[in-house]
Every structure is written in C-alpha cells, then in structure tokens.
Design a protein around this ligand. Structure first.
Ligand code: SIN
Length: 353
C-alpha cells in the first residue's frame, strides 16, 4: 500500500514538473498547410518539371515520422496553392486563423508550410499582424516531395523543432529552411533553384537548427507580433499599394496607371539608393499631390534607401523604405494606411517595423 502511494506521489510530481505542453511534455504544434513545392509532385525524381501543392498535410506529416519524437502535431489544410497566387485576402485569413489558434491553451506554436516564392511576404505580413509571443515558423522546399534528395522533410522537421522550442518565443515570425533560422523582416529568397536560397543580406540569420535543437546567435531589432500596432481583425481588404520597378529609360506610364486605378500607395523600387529616373519623378510628385503615398525603396537586395539622400524626401513628402525590400515596403505601407495617411507618421512606422 505504502509503495502504491509513493508511486502515485512520484507520478503526480512528474506531471506537475512537466513543461507546458501535451500529456507527454511535448510541445503541441499545429501545422497549417498552404501548398507550394514542399507539397509538389514531379513526373520523375530527377527532372525539374513538377506541380506544386499536390500533397495534403497528412501526407507531408506521414513522410516525417520522426516529428512525433519532438512534438505532438496536428495538421490543417488551409490552402492548396502555389505561393505566387497568395493574395491579401489569403493573408488576412491566415492572420485570423493563426491568432485564433495561438489564443488557445492547447496550441504552443504554429508551423506554416508555404511556397518559397512569396514566403518572405507572408512571413512579414504575419510578423506585423500576429498578436502573440508564441512561435510561428514558415517552411517550404526548393525541391518537390518526389525529388531525389527532397529538402522538404528535413525542413518540416526543423521547423517543428523551432516552433516547439521555448527559446523561439517572442522572436517574431521565423522562416526555417536548409538548417537556417531567419527573421521574417530581413529574410529574402535569393536564388531561383538552390536549397540555400533564404538569406538576410542586411543582418544575417538569427540562428540555425542542428540535431533537433535550435541555436540562436542574435535577436531582431524591430517591433513585431505582440508589440505591433497593426490589428487586422475584422478587415476583409487593405488599401491598395502597387510597386513600380525602376530601370534606365523608365517612363511614367506605370505610375499614371496606378493613380488612375485608384491605388492608395506606390512603392517605387528605384535604382541604387532608391533613385528615380527624371521622366518618372514628376508623375510621382503628381501622384503625391493627389494624396497617393509614395515610398522610395531600392531594387538592390542589400543596404538602405536612406532618407533625404539624392532625393529630398522631406520636400517631396516621400517615405524612405530604409532597408525594407520593395515587396515588404508594400506590406508595411498597406498596413500603415489602415492607421494613418500622414506621411511623417508613416515614415516613423518604417523606422520602427
Ligand atoms: C511556390 O512558391 O509555391 C512554388 C515554389 C516553391 O515552393 O519553392
């Protein structure tokens, strides 16, 4: 009898001492699948032709039984698309779902499987709109699931390890591929084919995953998630913002078209330090005078578009994107326009986020 009591007391103690998580002490991670090459199927294991988004979340998880050793996972198929088809409405739906799940006590973290082509955009959007410190990790693959040496299974495993790690909390939305942990704000796809494609040219990666453990080397500096002012609850659309690419000999037609279509903002992906061709400049000034917000960014992948350099932003009431890429400056401008139409205030938001 005494032995039984001692045994029960030890069991009770173990349950009390177990870290937050499942009955087995493992973190409870929800996988939200959206399609992409990680779920892609090709005609052969060696050829490059394939269709993305062919496998469901259960098939992705079945391919990595080792995940059960590091987390208690449940899957949910949210979309089945290639990521070039991701829309603002899809981002709003994802943000709502992620916020709903993270508010629950039985979810410790989230992994989104996603096409790599626009992964950095979805990651940054969620980085600004998720209202929780719990880990949110995006992963994908450069090679389809049927490929010889497919990279998806290990990426999924590493993403689950990262989402389940206590050290990942409060770091903003993360992108995990090829053993590297990157921050949503600074990461960018840099190669069309290599598995080593996600890099953060301005800051470097936050850390790495190895042997089922995540190691962090640095923190991101900018505001995100629980500290973000942006709240998209209840929104079904965002103010429209387009990107105009800069090049030698550029003409104003694209700027004029966006103004005519009623866009609320234009991000100009300029040359060098966000510079603008003389023929395009007057169209941007005219757009600005009509109330369209203009963000001056650069097509160069590293370094900032600095305030009042060759272009006098102050005089023109332009906003400098600093070191945000044009595609991320578009996201921040769309969200900023839900809060204010004051360009100085928007410039402040670009400094903070
Ligand atoms: C996509 O982005 O959906 C296709 C490419 C990829 O996942 O790598």
């Amino acid at each position: 009898m005494k032995r039984i009591h001692t045994f029960m007391a030890v069991c009770l103690l173990l349950v009390c001492l177990a870290p937050a998580g499942s009955a087995y002490g493992l973190p409870r991670i929800r996988i939200l699948a959206t399609g992409g090459t990680i779920a892609g199927v090709g005609a052969s294991s060696t050829g490059s032709a394939y269709k993305p988004g062919q496998l469901g979340v259960d098939q992705l998880l079945a391919a990595v039984p080792e995940i059960k050793e590091v987390a208690e996972v449940t899957g949910e198929q949210v979309f089945t698309i290639a990521s070039q088809d991701m829309t603002v409405a899809d981002w709003l739906q994802l943000a709502r779902r992620v916020n709903e799940l993270l508010a629950r006590d039985d979810v410790d973290g989230i992994v989104l499987t996603h096409g790599t082509d626009t992964m950095e955009e979805t990651a940054y959007f969620l980085n600004l709109t998720v209202k929780s410190d719990k880990p949110v990790v995006l992963t994908g693959a450069m090679r389809p699931a049927t490929s010889l040496s497919a990279d998806g299974p290990l990426n999924l495993f590493d993403a689950v390890v990262t989402a389940g790690a206590e050290e990942s909390a409060g770091r903003g939305v993360l992108v995990v591929l090829n053993g590297t942990v990157s921050g949503a704000r600074d990461v960018m796809k840099t190669h069309t084919l290599d598995v080593e494609t996600f890099r953060s040219p301005n800051t470097g990666a936050l850390g790495y995953v190895s042997d089922a453990k995540v190691h962090y080397r640095m923190d991101g500096e900018k505001l995100h998630t629980a500290h973000s002012v942006f709240d998209v609850t209840g929104l079904t659309e965002l103010p429209r913002v387009g990107i105009v690419y800069g090049y030698a000999g550029a003409e104003p037609a694209l700027v004029e078209a966006l103004v005519q279509k009623g866009y609320a903002g234009i991000v100009h992906a300029g040359v060098g330090n966000g510079n603008i061709a003389a023929d395009v400049f007057p169209a941007l000034i005219q757009a600005r005078n009509k109330g369209v917000q203009i963000v001056r960014s650069s097509r160069i992948p590293s370094g900032p578009s600095t305030l009042n350099a060759e272009v006098d932003d102050e005089a023109n009431r332009f906003i400098a994107a600093l070191d945000l890429s044009p595609q991320k400056a578009r996201i921040l401008l769309m969200l900023a326009l839900t809060q204010t139409n004051d360009w100085k205030e928007i410039q402040r938001l670009f400094e903070e986020y």
